[in-house]
Ligand binder design. Structure first.
Ligand code: ADP
Ligand code: MG
Length: 669
């Protein structure tokens, strides 16, 4: 569970910051509760008129009562299991924390629905007048600014909060401050221990922001430092010059049924020039969905092979790996380039044969998932490493993929990283430092923008009708399911819902158009099953593809022209844009229907941005601005937390400070 939050070490745990705080320091007299409060209050009172009854759901009980102090009365409703209301009885004293509401236009008494609660002792404080002397004992853990942490399903907030609190207050906690004392002094930052107390157990709200800022700075500083160190190391190294293959782009272009766009030519030119040098290239290729990055990468690969070196392509998932491989082999094999593929599913015998062929120099290009990093998978004289969908490998793995596994002998390969989604500038700077970036602008010609519509799920019948029309006209449709509990599209709980949904849709369409076949695609399927599902969809034996968000990751099916995305407001804008990019790649204009409950559509005005804007770079900026890089959705999308304490673009100023401090070369080392 913790690892799903990207927490691997004690320091990671301590750098998992609260999303907000609940002020539970003081008890508010009930009579002082005000309408329209957005923050909660602690109140204390004695229980009257307690009733406990079963709820409709099994094993759920509902307790209702009034709590009163000398200033007023609140109505309280609690939900719990059969044993949750232990100790609750008429006359008992309780502490309650929640946001008060007023039912029915604000007449009557305030109400607390499902507040946090505890039975407390009340004691008389000595030495004061009787009557005023009721002093409420705060429940354990209350009486302070209580941090509320982001978490994942299956890890209760309170458990996580308890772990962090115990850890940060432990007398045995020994931490070395990663920031040099000079910086602390110069920037006026609190020491590490104080900053940690300041965010996890603040005495006062004023402590929180300076403490958080320090931790955010520290995080950005460390990432920048690592990037700079890696850069310094890299610049000392030697790479083979691949100048001998400089004619590769023309060679490949001659075999294509279309011409390379001028943008592709520019991008290829930049990359090619880097690879002609004798220091290792370290370049990031960015481009919008469907911009044609793969072909640019293939030109680089061919150049490498023509110069007499081997190339390796690292791809994050099996589906993408197969796709890249088929494109790679499809385009390069006719030119005499020998391509091979390795995934987690590659059998032992096959693997051994592969290792042999690599050793013997009989394979020119090896395309693979993480399995590529396993021992023995060494190309002889490796000239180029391409890392596709770079951001999916996360900061840690990236550091590893950058260097270690590919190094053999004195020459280091060139590295070309590719990002499927445009990365906003600040985030790019934070995660990649000064890495050289090639932006592939524009799109191949003849692409009409995808028409995007927001549709309330009350109108699903219309959607079916629309699909039916399209399918009748021979078009193909993707349907992305709301897969409950399957946020990362890796299978899990969502699998069942995909299968159900596929059946629903099949049935619904079959009623009107007998024999329409729907294909299913989800993370739990075996790689062969996935591949054959995609193949059947591609060749038209199935016209509908029902999937989880696995579809998001760069799957290229030019034949698909309609995509329906259920529960659209749950996704980030970039993710939706990425999914939408699955259609409108071929000759037919694409249509994207974003489906959600009417209320959710109304509430999430950001979906409008997608309707209006088709530019991935703009959308990425907007996404970052609206949600922040540390947002948990990012974790879902990328498989890990890119940043923990820092939030971009909010902390751009801290990023600039960190970069400036580090640029004073050696000064703070
Ligand atoms: P992405 O940048 O999202 O990875 P792809 O490389 O998958 O995009 O390319 C999207 C589609 O565009 C592919 O089907 C590819 O064959 C096609 N394509 C690439 N370059 C061109 C071009 N110059 N002209 C026409 N189609 C192209
Ligand atoms: Mg791609």
């Amino acid at each position: 569970m913790l690892s799903r939050l990207g927490i691997h070490t004690v320091l990671d745990l301590l750098c998992h910051l609260p999303a907000r705080y609940e002020d539970r320091r003081a008890v508010t007299p009930i009579g002082d509760l005000r309408r329209g409060a957005s923050a909660g209050s602690v109140i204390a009172g004695s229980v009257e008129g307690l009733r406990i009854r079963p709820a409709r759901a099994r094993n759920v009980r509902i307790a209702t009562f009034h709590a009163s102090d000398r200033s007023g009365r609140v109505a309280v409703t609690l939900f719990g299991g059969p044993r949750s209301f232990h100790g609750l009885s008429d006359g008992a004293s309780v502490a309650l924390y929640g946001v008060p509401e007023w039912r029915g236009g604000g007449q009557g008494i305030p109400e607390l629905r499902n507040p946090d609660w505890a039975v407390v002792e009340e004691r008389r404080s000595p030495g004061r007048d009787a009557g005023d002397a009721r002093v409420v004992q705060m429940p354990a853990g209350w009486g302070r600014l209580l941090p509320v942490y982001p978490t994942v399903n299956g890890l209760p907030r309170k458990l996580l909060a308890g772990m962090i609190y115990d850890c940060v207050t432990s007398p045995d906690l020994a931490l070395t401050d990663p920031l040099p004392p000079e910086i602390l002094k110069k920037r006026g930052f609190p020491p590490l221990r104080r900053a940690l107390m300041g965010v996890h157990a603040p005495q006062d709200t004023g402590e929180i922001e300076p403490s958080r800022a320090r931790l955010a700075y520290q995080e950005l500083y460390e990432i920048q430092r690592n990037i700079r160190e890696a850069g310094r190391e890299r610049r000392k190294r030697h790479a083979p010059s691949l100048a001998g293959g400089a004619g590769a782009a023309d060679e490949l272009a001659r075999t294509l049924p279309f011409g390379l766009t001028p943008y592709q030519r520019d991008a290829i030119g930049e990359i090619s020039a880097d690879m002609c040098a004798e220091s290792p290239m370290h370049r990031l290729l960015q481009g919008d969905v469907g911009a044609g990055k793969t072909l640019v990468a293939l030109c680089a690969v061919l150049q490498c092979v023509r110069a007499g070196y081997g190339a390796a392509v690292l791809v994050p998932t099996t589906v993408l790996c197969e796709q890249f491989f088929s494109e790679c082999a499809g385009r390069l094999a006719p030119l005499g380039v020998r391509c091979a593929m390795i995934t987690g599913g590659t059998r032992q015998g096959e693997r051994a044969r592969l290792i042999e062929s690599l050793r013997g120099g009989e394979t020119d290009v090896l395309v693979g998932t993480h399995a590529l990093l396993s021992p023995g998978m060494e190309c002889r004289s490796l000239g180029l490493v391409v890392i596709d969908e770079q951001h999916r490998f996360g900061v840690r793995q990236r550091a590893q993929a950058d260097t270690d596994p590919f190094v053999a002998g004195a020459l280091f390969p060139h590295t070309l990283m590719m990002s499927a989604t445009p990365i906003p500038r600040t985030l790019c700077l934070a995660l990649y430092g000064d890495v050289e970036t090639t932006v592939l602008r524009g799109k191949p010609p003849g692409r009409a923008p995808v028409v995007t519509k927001l549709v309330s799920s009350n109108h699903t019948a219309d959607v079916y009708r629309f699909l039916l029309d399209r399918v009748r006209a021979g078009e193909r449709c993707c349907w992305v399911c709301r897969a409950v509990g399957d946020e990362d599209g890796s299978g899990g709980a969502g699998t069942a819902s995909v299968v159900d949904r596929a059946l629903d849709i099949e049935r619904e369409l079959a009623r009107k158009l007998p024999g329409v076949r729907a294909e299913r695609l989800h993370g739990r399927m075996k790689p062969e099953e996935k591949a054959s599902a995609i193949a059947r969809f591609r060749d038209g034996s199935s016209l509908i593809l029902v999937s989880t968000t696995v579809i998001e990751v760069g799957i290229d099916i030019p034949e698909a022209s309609v995509i329906v995305i259920e529960g659209a407001s749950r996704y980030g804008l970039s993710q939706l844009h990425q999914m939408r990019g699955r259609v409108g790649r071929g000759a037919r204009a694409g249509v994207c229907l974003l489906l959600d409950a009417a209320a959710d559509i109304k509430r999430s005005r950001r979906l409008e941005i997608l309707v209006k804007c088709g530019d991935g770079f703009e959308i990425a900026e907007e996404d970052l601005r609206l949600r922040g890089a540390g947002e948990l959705d990012g974790l879902r999308q990328h498989g890990r937390v890119p940043l923990r304490a820092a939030t971009l673009p909010r902390d751009s100023a801290l990023l600039d400070l960190a970069r400036a401090d580090l640029a004073r070369n050696g000064h703070f080392q």
